[in-house]
Design a protein. Sequence first.
Length: 416
Amino acid sequence: MSSAETTSNATGSGQVLRIVAGLHAGASRELADREMILVGSGDDCDIVLADNGVANHHALISLVDGHFNLRALDAPLRLEGRILHPGDPVELGKVERVGLGDAALAFGHADDPAWLALAPDGGEFTHAPVRPGVPFARRLPMIAAIAVLSLASLAIFAAVMPAEEAPFDVEARLQSLAREYRVAEARVERDVHGVAVLSGTVKDVATRQRMRQQLDSERIDASLSLRTGEDMAQDVADVLRGHFPAEKTRYLGNNDVEVTGYFEDMAALEAFATSRAMRETGVRRVIPINLATPVDAAAEAAEVEEVRIVAIERGENAHVVDADGVRYAVGAELPGKGTLLAIGEHAQVLREDGSLTKLRPEPLEADDAAVAESPGEAANAEGAGSTEKDPLRQVASSANARAFAAEQARAAAQRR
């Protein structure tokens, strides 16, 4: 503590502040009925401590009619079994050790028996030299600097009411929640009533509800002004409607929306995505998925190339045979033609457009290939060879046939 000329402001309240550890251990000071004391290592403090770890403005102590209020300023304070973080106030109703770096102090009524346990090295306290009084006008800048931190607690003490601990850095906690729940464009502001408000975009309504429940469980006095990605995706779809109708819009996170549809003019779509109307939805990027991508002509021709059926075999194991000797049972897909629906008097094929057509075989000419005199026998011979080459195709055809027969049976049962 400063060794300047002693100036006492005590008025016989019986309250004292004493240094219980550190370089100035054993020093004490009498307190007035109402007093505010700034403690730290700075020269403008009421009590100056030269110990290691003492901050420039470390603590503010308020005494109003016997009620003590303590607030940490530039650094934490150590109490019994807890830490008081900067900005947090607490009311102390008993003599309790308060740690500031390597120093410690306590305050309370001079006759309180608890002082016996706090006396430095089992000794007694002595009257501490106090900093000389500073004219009130010269102290106004310092008082203004700490007024924001002490005004609320002073008002509570003036009404002789217990002080409530302020929420721990609400804005920092909201920013932490924004990162945890991936809030896009997160902002923390204060409303007209001074309540912290977190705004931005979350994925969906469920995420917003979980955040609200977490704030309630932590008893944090704050508001949420969050829109959902689902809302943003719908707004983008509404803006596109009439210009570039989309099949589907989907929120990807970080205010990006994926747009899927048939877009003939991609350049025009990309230009529209940066228009004012689109920006007003809040979207950051519009990512198009174009379903109108041109199909390679050669691939398209290969897909529609029709198989050549050379024979139709009726009976218990009815099937058709192509020019390569491959057999197709009822229910199998005939490349380029459709689904082999039935084999009776005629072979019926169901095309992709839903129409039925008769399948007419196109036998090979004698000079096209070396074939047997009977198309059926040639087909059987070629088919047997084909089965050995590609047995999986035969299995697939049989499975398709069984599935088709089961479907036909169900349809017949419904007609009955």
